[in-house]
Ligand binder design. Sequence first.
Ligand SMILES: [Mn+2]
Length: 398
Amino acid sequence: MRISILSDFHLGYERFRDDAYRQAEEALRKAAEVSDMMIIPGDIFDNRSPRPDVIAEAINLFRNLSCRKWNAKVVDFKGEGSFYTTLPIIAIPGTHERRAQDAADPVDILGLAGLVVDISNATAVVECGGEKVAVRGIGGIADDRFRQVVQKEAPAPIEGVFNVFMFHESLYELLPFNKDFMRYDELPKGFDLYVSGHIHNRVEADVHGKKLLIPGSTVLTQLKAGEQGGKGFFVFDTKTSRYEFIEIRSRRFVLLKINAADIAGADQIDHIRLKIDEAIREGDGIPVIRVMVEGARKKSHDFDMELNDIPRRYAGSAIVEISRNGISGDTVREALASDQVVFERMSVRDYGMSIFLEKARAAGIRTGKIGPAELLDLLGSDSSKDKVLGKALDALSG
Ligand SMILES: [Mn+2]
């Protein structure tokens, strides 16, 4: 069977809302043409409570798929929840969609509507021409709970079929700044293929002698160096264990690192503009160009003004973003950038979560019962401090 693996559409992502929709649409359409079944390891939506128009976008995308003729179909389902379609389109929620335990997340909506098969904590078995593929899913949960859940649930392959383990988590080998993240060798053994979302650039690695494939997001989000490669999805052939990455048309992203200290003062702005012009000419469309100015020699008001004016001058031909290191007024940026590994691959939301977790631990709060993500959700669920504290205490002691 040919399995397409698509991830992190981030529908509703404010900054590139149209890109998110258009690129997800192309990825889904192309994947449907070249594969028998589809698996989606999380972050279909950018937000745990998407607005109705974003939900409508998602329904449109998946309804288009459900109108196609699929030879493969879901023939069995084991675990939490149920399945409301036999369409071989299998998904889990990611960290962006994560809500407090037992609260419905937006992927539940797609599942209940019969547009995808939601395997947040379940296995779906897909059959096509006598061949069977089982996909065991664990939806995106807080990093520290992932290990507990894997130990408790002990996901195991099914005999006599091709087994996929699908999740949405940070992994230590890819994000080596937090020793608590799961390591490859802690992932459950015996599966024929491992698939994760969460990481927004493409990853091909080996786990227990099998492939771990992470397709990356279909839309630009983090503007990190790793996002300069093309966006797209994987297609894995269970018969040959070979796979390929199929690119989609996506907005170009160029990261320009400019050391202003190397350039004569008066030419700094000209030099930066020349580099931007070159980047625009290198390809089609309206690219996102992130200019990182480092070690600026000239810290004058004029220089700052001219630098700030650059994005406006390129309106219509490029989306230019200027990051300035070493220029006055950027102490916050400097402080954040000092933890470069973190920001290279981790979202700000996850970084915030790790700080919250640290503080909670230092205060002696054991979040094991409901998990830190759920606790943070609860604390933000109402504007009344007394109410949320009451709810949090209930959840922690309950
Ligand atoms: Mn994501």
